[in-house]
Design a protein around this ligand. Structure first.
Ligand code: 5GP
Length: 206
């Protein structure tokens, strides 16, 4: 997801309609790289208010990605410093790089009664469930491995498609540990299903 697509985060988010200060809900949207988590979140952001957590990563920015918007792009030493300081709610290695969710922003938003969405890989999602058992874990599945490969290729990740595909197969085996599994075949339908969990008060044909 590039900066131009990124849903606006905290400043425009209102407390959720059924939330009160201190009762924001935490949602984790996970699933294999290339499955379309980012596209789902862009569409969701048009329909519902939430704070989208900005992760830290040691990978290089893709064209159009902006530091502090798409990710905090850190050197490995700095990432490990944050790790040692306990600044991550969860973290994982993915495709030779490190990724982590900064804890402070998540806690601050939840404390203000604002729902928070994390878009992360599967091992990190499992850590969130341990740390915050009330979190709602949503697993997005691809229609097929062939379709996932095509989506990864279309995104220009050619250098590590094979690595990401191998990881995807392992991740799919953990799908049943999630609260919900949603097949991302038709994007609008996927968004509708996630919305039912995130904001059931929003009419589906809105
Ligand atoms: P990408 O390099 O394509 O942006 O992300 C690679 C994978 O890392 C994706 O599956 C993405 O969801 C995941 N990811 C992004 N941020 C985080 C994070 O903070 N923690 C974890 N565990 N995974 C993340």
């Amino acid at each position: 997801m590039s900066a131009k697509d990124k849903p606006s985060s905290t400043s425009s988010a209102e407390p959720s309609s059924n939330g009160s200060p201190g009762s924001g809900r935490l949602f984790v949207i996970s699933g294999p790289s290339g499955v379309g988590k980012g596209s789902v979140i862009i569409k969701l952001a048009c329909r519902s208010n939430f704070h989208l957590s900005v992760s830290a990563t040691t990978r290089e920015p893709r064209p159009g990605e902006v530091d502090g918007v798409d990710y905090y792009f850190l050197g490995e030493d700095q990432f490990r410093e944050w790790l040692d300081e306990g600044r991550f709610l969860e973290w994982a290695e993915f495709s030779t790089h490190l990724y982590g969710t900064p804890r402070a922003a998540v806690e601050e938003q939840l404390g203000r009664g604002i729902d928070v969405v994390l878009e992360i890989e599967v091992k990190g999602a499992m850590q969130v469930k341990q740390a915050m058992p009330d979190a709602v874990l949503i697993f997005i599945t691809p229609p097929s491995i062939e379709e996932l490969e095509a989506r990864l290729a279309g995104r220009g990740d050619t250098a590590d498609i094979a690595r990401r595909l191998a990881r995807a197969k392992a991740e799919l085996e953990l799908a049943d540990q999630f609260d919900s599994r949603i097949n991302n075949d038709v994007l609008a339908e996927t968004v509708g299903e996630v919305l039912l969990l995130l904001a059931p008060e929003v009419p589906l044909n809105d």
